[in-house]
Write a new protein. Structure first.
Length: 802
């Protein structure tokens, strides 16, 4: 058996490891050594901003765990830097003095942050205290640590990286200002119109933006105190982040006498001027271009691996420059040349600044050569294929931006060669093959098999469509109109229309008029809710139409006892309430007293005949822990006590809970108010979450924990409490009227779309906001506490046969 060919890889990042992954599929008998300068296995750098914001931890961004290297027989050395390449002896020497011989060498060492020449920025080549770049995981960790003790940060650079850093710092509770040299944000990806809309959305997040500002000097002696600009203005800051671009890391190659320009010069096989030395990623220059986004690097990795394996069947001919991402949570895509000023070009534009939507296609000679999408990315893949394949779009030009009536927009009509995951370079054909040959049935399985949807995850909706197209009913249930229940063979929406039209005011009446006269335990509580939503208290409440919990205003347990959860507004209690709860627990020998996740106290194991007496002795309102209704509003201590708090979350949370308590809804509604973006009240996983920022409040909707957790969507950013109460009230009422029975807010928003919700609630596209506002106020005014109301009406709760 011959000696294995040796591949040494300098760099353990995304481009280098992707190349190794492809090599492993092409050449099994190769000895592979990877030398990485960082102490981590390969991780997803696209998600660094999620680490900075606290939305993801290290384990969530790791792409290749230690086990992967071991299983594939890869010799991995972390925390080492290669200091010299010896071409003649075909070896590399590390900073530790270790020597590694190679037959093939792959350089994948990326780039370094460009540090502008600003006085007071550096001392002897090192950044001064409080000044950071944002290139790797250690940078993110250092920024998080520093943010804990600072109040104001300036981010220099209004490109993608700068805006992502700004968003992350906002979530760390820091007041952030982005300063940019050019006249618009993301000037390399957006035209002026799109950039103006983006700036407006960035401002809504509480991020200040200063355009056409050139930094001159860092103010401070030993620590950052501010930044002075060439226009003479000075802005206070105790933290500065540099995001002014990158420079390919070429010094190692230059010292080895490889051809170097802006990057390490490579041919179409990704070979350097030495045919046994390859380069991929941000350090490589191909045909005069250096690429700094993931998709081209993945294409380079495939070609390099093919050549390293000795095949030379693939050639890299450059990439369509395409950026598809979320900038500070805002969907954005830019492809190719988007300047219509280029020779022979013209632009088609759809712009709706009020809805933060912008679409632009640049056409040259009957072909799309560039495009911009902001706010909606549904058309991205279609336009990417137009540009990549140089398709003639003359026949359907008029439908380019307004929607295509033909089957051309269908996933079924996509060619197998069409790119689905631009980041990882995965085609539709590769995904279909994986589904059919490997029996895959989920996005997660597809990600594990093909690497699609492991980076920015923007291709997730398209993968869903492919799964549905290939698997049919095996994957997605029919989304068309479905009967609410077999007892009434009609949809929920149609039943509601008939109830209104016929003036039906009891569940039994609905069942007799619209159904067979018989109902079940599934449909009757739903119909009872429908009546409460339509008529508030002006309808007939029938005992057998209610859940057992709703009959007894308490949660039934498996032993047929009940749990009682009194309302503790905002999770803020006092000695008097605690004494009463303790006295009740003693008096009635309550077997379990439990603190709940909603910041309340649960008395568990109370028999049904004692409920009325327990309510009387407690003297506290119902917490509605049993109901399909607004339940609780969780809060943190906010600015009242917390040194990071920027808003009074406790007072506001109490106000919100008092306003919306007990309002009936299709499913339970949980709320939270956090006093700063650290989000200690977990606002991001609540049906309605409010987060305090320096300039006001962020409003989130549609989150939940439970079996299928869902992170809430940002509805908007406002300045005042009054605006929060107004918009959340309108949303609750719209949800009450339009959601299906037992449909959580997360499912409702997933069904109708967050953009639709924004159009209804924020833009008032349907012209119904005033009516919704009036209706929710009527519902609030009609609220009666069920425990108090039961006692006043001498209604005694007694346990019947369950």
């Amino acid at each position: 058996m011959g000696k294995k060919e040796r591949l040494v890889v300098i760099g353990n990042g995304m481009a280098g490891v992707a190349t190794v992954e492809h090599v492993l599929t092409k050449k099994k008998d190769m000895s592979i050594t990877i030398l990485g300068s960082e102490p981590y296995t390969n991780y997803n750098r696209v998600l660094l901003s999620s680490v900075l914001s606290g939305e993801a931890g290290l384990d969530e961004i790791i792409l290749n765990p230690q086990k992967w290297y071991e299983e594939n027989g890869i010799e991995l050395h972390l925390g080492v830097t290669v200091k010299k390449i010896n071409k003649k002896e075909k070896s590399v020497i590390t900073n530790k003095g270790d020597v590694y011989s190679f037959d093939k060498l792959l350089i994948a060492i990326g780039s370094n942050a460009f540090i502008p020449s600003i006085k007071g920025m550096q001392n002897r080549g090192n950044l001064n205290q409080g000044i950071f770049t944002f290139r790797n995981l250690d940078d993110a960790k250092s920024m998080i640590s520093w943010a804990q003790k600072c109040r104001k940060a300036i981010v220099i650079g209004g490109g993608l990286l700068g805006l992502e850093a700004a968003r992350g710092l906002i979530h760390q509770g820091v007041e952030v200002t982005v300063v940019h040299l050019m006249d618009r944000l993301m000037d390399m990806q957006l035209d002026a119109a799109a950039a103006a809309i983006l700036k407006k959305e960035i401002n809504k997040l509480g991020i200040n933006v200063l355009l056409e500002h050139c930094a001159d000097k860092v103010i401070g002696n030993g620590s950052v105190e501010g930044l002075r600009f060439t226009n003479g203005k000075v802005y206070q800051a105790d933290m500065i982040v540099i995001a002014t671009g990158i420079r390919p890391n070429v010094e190692l190659a230059r010292e080895a006498s490889l051809d170097v320009n802006h990057g390490i010069v490579v041919n179409d096989y990704m070979q350097s001027s030495n045919p046994d030395i390859y380069a991929v990623g941000e350090c490589a220059e191909h045909r005069g271009k250096v690429y700094g986004i993931v998709a081209p690097l993945m294409e380079q990795a495939k070609v390099a691996a093919d050549a390293i394996a000795g095949n030379f069947t693939l050639r890299y001919e450059g990439s369509v420059v395409a950026t598809k991402l979320k900038v500070a949570g805002i969907p954005l895509a830019s492809i190719g040349n988007f300047y219509e000023e280029s020779t022979g070009c013209e632009a088609l534009v759809y712009s709706d600044p009020g809805a933060s939507l912008y679409k632009k296609a640049v056409i040259q000679g009957g072909r799309v050569v560039g495009a911009i999408f902001l706010g909606e990315l549904d058309e991205y893949n279609r336009f990417y294929e137009y540009i990549k394949n140089r398709e003639d779009i003359t026949l359907h030009r008029k439908y380019l931006l307004t929607g295509q009536p033909s089957a051309i927009t269908s996933v079924a009509s996509m060619l197998d060669s069409a790119t689905v995951c631009g980041c990882m370079g995965v085609s539709k054909g590769a995904i279909v093959k994986a589904i059919e040959e490997d029996g895959l049935t989920s996005k997660q399985e597809i990600s594990e098999k093909t690497k699609a949807c492991t980076s920015c995850k923007g291709c997730a909706p398209l993968i869903d469509q492919i799964l549905q197209d290939v698997l049919g009913g095996e994957y997605v249930k029919h989304d068309g109109p479905q009967w609410f229940c077999e007892c009434i063979p009609m949809t929920w929406d149609d039943i509601r229309k008939e109830v209104i039209a016929r003036g039906l005011k009891s569940v039994s009446e609905i069942l007799h008029v619209l159904g067979s006269g018989q109902g079940c335990e599934t449909c009757k509580p739903g119909l009872n809710y429908m009546l409460s939503e339509l008529y508030i208290n002006d309808y007939k409440i029938e005992d057998d139409a209610c859940f057992i919990d709703d009959k007894y205003y308490a949660n039934i347990q498996k032993d047929e006892t009940f749990s009682v959860v009194p309302r503790i507004y905002g999770g803020v209690t006092n000695p008097d309430q605690l004494s009463r709860i303790a006295d009740v627990a003693d008096k009635y020998h309550v077997p379990l007293v439990k603190i709940t996740g909603g910041q309340r106290i649960d008395l568990v194991g109370i028999s049904g005949e004692l409920l009325s007496s327990v309510w009387t002795d407690l003297g506290m309102p119902s917490g509605h822990a049993y109901a399909k209704a607004v339940r609780t509003c969780k809060t943190c201590v906010g600015e009242t006590f917390c040194r990071f708090g920027v808003q009074d979350s406790m007072t506001f949370g109490i106000e919100m809970e008092q306003r919306y308590q007990g309002i009936p809804s299709p499913a339970k509604i949980k709320m939270a108010v956090s006093g700063c973006p650290r989000n200690c009240a977990e606002s991001s996983i609540k049906d309605i979450g409010v987060v305090g920022i320096h300039t006001g409040w962020e409003i989130y909707i549609g989150g939940n924990g439970g079996i299928k957790s869902k992170v809430a969507e940002l509805l908007t950013v406002v300045n005042t409490r009054e605006e929060v109460l107004d918009l959340t009230g309108v949303f609750i009422q719209y949800y009450r009227e339009n959601a299906r029975w037992l449909e959580r807010t997360s499912q409702f928003i997933e069904r109708v779309g967050i953009e639709h919700i924004r159009e209804v609630i924020i833009v008032d596209k349907l012209g119904i906001v005033d009516r919704l506002r009036k209706r929710i106020n009527q519902v609030i005014a009609a609220y009666k506490d069920p425990w108090l109301n039961s006692q006043q009406s001498d209604e005694k709760v007694h346990l019947v046969s369950l």
